[in-house]
Design a protein around this ligand. Structure first.
Ligand SMILES: C[S@@+](CC[C@H](N)C(=O)[O-])C[C@H]1O[C@@H](n2cnc3c(N)ncnc32)[C@H](O)[C@@H]1O
Length: 249
């Protein structure tokens, strides 16, 4: 169970790290070690649709040319590259705690890159029209702390878009997701990359999906952090898109 009152996205996963205070160092190390393989894993995990899906969802969420965007947990820059095609790389700030991931992202786009976590963004108050976070919500230490920070850095009327893989609610979809993400993806990713670290990461990935708080808790945490127009859209009950707006006044 969590050591503190922090609203953790999932319980402490002691097969991977022994206490909540060791979660961030565990994540930094595993993402550093697997960064070089991440784009291939993503292509497989999303069945090759990841890039077009990311651009489609950004457009649907209202991202428009010229907006200033901060991409939190930018990783190798997959969501950032899609965003840059809309707003221009000069309007983009990309943030991630993993140096390995940032090293993979930098050559892809001429944006500003900052090594930092979601809970403490080293940027000014009210400086962005849009904030994105792709497939990393389960990695933050405290949902409310992250969402308060998102609220702080957005301009009034600014929008937050969080993409996440969720545990399906229905038994059949849950079993299918488990068969794919728990029993197939880690072994296939290892076979493709030859990396035991990738297998370990993908086993961890399923555990965090399986044990993540329900979407309703994420929606409630967004509302409690001051956001309005808080919504979730889910595709096949698995791919979640959370949107929330900082009140204009
Ligand atoms: C699965 S990758 C997502 C990459 C990218 N957003 C995408 O759409 O493909 C998860 C990223 O979350 C980052 N991460 C881990 N803990 C974080 C935290 N507390 N705050 C922000 N990012 C974090 C990792 O370093 C990693 O690069």
């Amino acid at each position: 169970m969590p050591e503190t009152d922090a609203q953790t996205p999932h319980p402490t996963l002691t097969d991977y790290y022994d206490s909540e205070s060791n979660k961030a160092p565990f994540l930094e190390e595993i993402f550093d070690r697997t960064a070089v393989h991440y784009d291939r894993i993503d292509t497989f995990g999303f069945l090759g649709t990841g890039r077009s899906y990311r651009k489609w969802v950004l457009t649907r969420a209202g991202l428009r040319p010229g907006m200033r965007l901060i991409d939190v947990a930018t990783g190798t820059g997959l969501l950032a590259v899609a965003a840059a095609e809309i707003v221009g790389a000069e309007n983009l700030v990309c943030v991630d705690p993993s140096s390995g991931m940032l090293d993979m992202a930098r050559p892809k786009l001429n944006a500003t890159f900052i090594k930092a976590g979601a809970e403490q963004l080293p940027v000014a108050d009210a400086s962005f029209d849009f904030l994105t976070m792709g497939y990393a919500l389960r990695h933050v230490a405290d949902l409310q702390a992250a969402f308060r920070e998102y609220f702080r850095v957005l301009k009034p009327g600014g929008k937050c878009l969080l993409l996440e893989v969720s545990r399906p609610a229905t038994t059949l979809r849950y079993k299918m997701a488990r068969l794919y993400f728990r029993d197939c993806v880690p072994k296939i990713c290892r076979a493709i990359t030859g990396s035991p670290d990738v297998q370990h990461l993908m086993e961890y990935y399923w555990e965090t999906i399986d044990q993540c708080v329900a979407p309703e808790a994420i929606l409630a945490a967004l509302r409690e952090s001051g956001f309005v127009e808080v919504q979730r859209t889910a595709w096949v009950d698995l791919f979640s898109e959370y949107t929330a707006v900082k009140p204009p006044h």
